[in-house]
Design a protein around this ligand. Structure first.
Ligand SMILES: Nc1ncnc2c1ncn2[C@@H]1O[C@H](COP(=O)(O)OP(=O)(O)O)[C@@H](O)[C@H]1O
Ligand SMILES: [Mg+2]
Length: 262
């Protein structure tokens, strides 16, 4: 079976004399597969996520390949990448407030995703947006669609971002710390929603987090990133039971209840 996404020996330099941001990273994601990317702050998770969508800053030199839908995202023309984003591959970010336009009503921002990908009928785009906001769990979506981002709670804003990311039914969702800015109760609700939508659509997902608790409930496979390298890539239950790399062990111990042995 050919992979939906195949990352081959990806290297991202940081310019200057410091160590590379990513070094010799290789992995693949199949259709419908849920993969966690676990790593401490600074391990390169966000850079990896951005590279998959062709969103890395131009200033960073890259080597290797990021093959999605049969094309190398690092080499594709900007227009072709834009055409894939939202439609075939989508991303949600950690801080929904900075990812939304503060001056535009949230319903219009969701509708704009459809418009950007060719929907000419503005009313139809808005109906689709409200429907998707409803499916993303925004209560009273018809009315809330008319609100501005600052008039919603953090959890509601993250639901808006999810609606934008999932509107066009992408084959792969890249979620970078999607719940880290939310309090624990809301975090659990948004994760539950993410799992439900992923399953309903058979969508593949790369869930990036520093928190193994978040990944363990959601992803069947987990990669551990440390200083820009993949130090472990294994079935999540296997990682939880017997982490091999010292960094992986430290991250597992952080979520394991005290006293429970390996
Ligand atoms: N545009 C950039 N230019 C130079 N260094 C960067 C850039 N973006 C990130 N880095 C560096 O790469 C490393 C990994 O960052 P990042 O990918 O944000 O990690 P994480 O998301 O795991 O916290 C950090 O040391 C960071 O300072
Ligand atoms: Mg990050």
């Amino acid at each position: 079976m050919t992979a939906l996404l195949s990352v081959e020996r990806l290297h991202i330099g940081s310019g200057g004399r410091s160590a590379p941001i990513l070094d010799d990273v290789s992995f693949a994601v199949s259709d419908g597969e849920t993969v966690g990317v676990l790593g401490a702050s600074g391990s390169g998770k966000t850079s990896l996520a951005l590279s998959l969508l062709g969103l890395l800053p131009q200033s960073l030199e890259t080597r290797g390949r990021v093959v999605f839908d049969g094309y190398n995202m690092l080499e594709r023309a900007a227009g072709a990448r834009r055409n894939l984003r939202g439609r075939r591959i989508s991303m949600v970010f950690q801080e929904p407030l900075t990812a939304l336009n503060p001056r535009q009503r949230v319903g219009a921002q969701v509708a704009e995703v459809a418009r950007a990908h060719g929907e000419r009928d503005a009313q139809k785009a808005m109906r689709g947006a409200v429907d998707m906001l409803h499916r993303a769990g925004l209560t009273d979506a018809g009315t809330r669609a008319l609100r501005y981002p600052h008039e919603l709670s953090g959890g509601e804003r993250q639901r808006v971002l999810l609606a934008m990311a999932l509107l066009l039914d992408p084959a792969l969702l890249v979620a970078d710390e999607p719940t880290s800015a939310l309090d624990v109760t809301v975090q659990a609700q948004v994760l539950q929603l993410l799992r439900t939508l992923q399953r309903e659509r058979g969508m593949a997902m790369l869930l990036v987090s520093h928190d193994l608790g978040v990944i363990a409930t959601t992803c069947s496979r987990t990669m551990v990133l440390h200083d820009g390298r993949v130090v472990e890539d294994t079935a999540t239950p296997q990682l939880l039971a017997a982490p091999e790399h010292p960094q992986a062990r430290a991250l597992v111990d952080a979520v394991r209840p005290a006293g429970r042995g390996a």
